[in-house]
Design a protein around this ligand. Structure first.
Ligand code: PLP
Length: 420
């Protein structure tokens, strides 16, 4: 009787899906390996190349690479551009967190975006992307890819009719962020995948703003998830990295092109990323909670014109966000109410300058709160009219919440708003 009970308990344990924080700390528990020197942490293999014991060892490796004959050879590497054990360990952890087969790290988020698009788009093909997106991604699609005769179309996020109408015979990819930047639009992933599959088009989601703690696009049938790991995944504003997660065959193909294109992450940066990942669930949970409080506070303040936060009922995608996300993220976007006789750009700047906690800086997702006016950061070289044409208002502020105490952040906003 006792034995029977014990068996059921261990069976239940074997079937149990570990929670986010357990996975963030351990990766796949059953895959735990003894590291070199019995180190608890993943050792940093700071090496450019790997040695072979003798020529027979080299030949066995080459045979395994060509024919996959010897599985024990899968763990070893040949040269730094083709793989590194520290980097592979972090890739496995990221794949686990995103519910993907495999992951591939890149030296920055943009390296992930550009390498993936270059590898997946044949010359003469067509790509669709949503227009509220990271500015460099937009530039890469509209300017750079055109050199390879690759056309692009932009559609507004959430407009499924426009999306389906934009699909052509040569369309290969639909790329979108979710949440988008800076208006935090949330794509209905189920709808996106249904439309894309009907036309045999692959889908890519840049899920930087969500993290796997809040949303897992692969669970909805999206083909590939990309992150700027510079942001939440590493979480400490101290490294640059990017990652793509998806099905094994696709990641293998991307790995092949990475070996050719050459953009690889340094093992030390990969180690720091893994260190940051261990607290991902804790940090994101805190950032979700604080951001929701900050968003509600700002919405109630007469000095604020409008707040965009998917956790608020006023956000256009609140319903979709509630249905497909576990949390709404740490970024709050808002516009400052205009004051008669002052340019809206300047009113927003005065608010930012009066704040004590957030640093004025690009980026998001780290432990330190960061704040910026998109008009003065990513879109500085454009005129007010040009910015307005792409929806970037002069009085717009993007507040990327860190892990400071919510009470302090709100008190800081209160004192700064009282000075306007
Ligand atoms: C920051 C960011 C990128 C670019 O990543 P880097 O690591 O800065 O190269 C791409 N997409 C989104 C949504 C981002 O926020």
């Amino acid at each position: 009787m006792l034995q029977q009970l014990a068996r059921t308990e261990s069976e239940a344990w074997a079937e149990r899906d570990p929670g986010d924080s357990t996975q963030a700390v351990h990766g796949r528990v059953e895959e735990r390996k003894t590291n070199a020197g019995h180190a608890l942490t993943t050792p940093i293999a700071q090496t450019a190349t790997y040695t072979f014991a003798d020529t027979a060892d080299l030949r066995a490796f080459m045979e395994a690479k060509l024919w996959g004959s010897d599985p024990s050879m899968k763990e070893r590497q040949e040269y730094g551009r083709y793989g590194n054990p520290t980097v592979r360990a972090v890739e496995r952890r990221l794949a686990t967190l995103e519910h993907g087969d495999a992951a591939l790290l890149y030296p920055s988020g943009m390296a992930a975006v550009t390498n993936v698009l270059l590898a997946m788009l044949p010359a003469g093909s067509h790509i669709i992307f949503t227009d509220d997106c990271y500015r460099r991604t937009r530039q890469f699609c509209t300017n750079f890819l055109r050199r390879f005769n690759i056309e692009s179309s932009q559609v507004p996020p959430g407009d499924s009719t426009a999306l389906e109408a934009a699909i052509q015979d040569n369309t290969r990819l639909i790329v979108s962020e979710s949440p988008t930047n800076p208006y935090l639009r949330i794509l209905d992933l189920e709808q996106l995948v249904t439309i894309a599959r009907r036309h045999r088009v692959k889908t890519i989601i840049d899920a930087t703003f969500a993290t796997p703690i809040n949303q897992r696009p692969l669970d909805f049938g999206v083909d590939l998830v990309i992150h700027s790991a510079t942001k939440y995944l590493s979480g400490h504003n101290d490294l640059m990295a990017g990652v793509a997660v998806g099905e094994k065959g696709l990641i293998h193909a991307l790995r092949q092109s990475q070996g050719m294109l050459g953009g690889v992450i340094d093992p030390h940066a990969a180690y720091l990323l893994e260190r940051g990942l261990k607290t991902l669930a804790l940090r994101v949970d805190r950032q979700n909670r604080t951001a929701l409080q900050v968003a509600a506070y700002l919405e109630s303040h007469p000095g604020i014109e409008r707040v965009w936060y998917p956790g608020l009922p006023s956000h256009p995608d609140h319903g979709v966000a509630r249905a497909q996300m576990a949390g709404f993220g740490g970024v709050v976007t808002f516009s400052v109410a205009p004051i008669t006789g002052e340019a809206p750009l300047d009113t927003a700047s005065r608010l930012i300058d009066a704040l004590a906690i957030p640093y004025i800086a690009a980026s998001l997702g780290g432990v330190e709160s960061l704040i910026e006016q998109p008009a003065l950061m990513s879109y500085y070289e454009l005129s007010t009219e040009e910015r307005a044409a792409i929806g970037i208002r002069d009085n717009l502020v993007r507040f990327a919440i860190g892990i400071e105490d919510a009470g302090d952040i709100i008190a800081d906003l209160q004192q700064a708003l009282s000075q306007l």
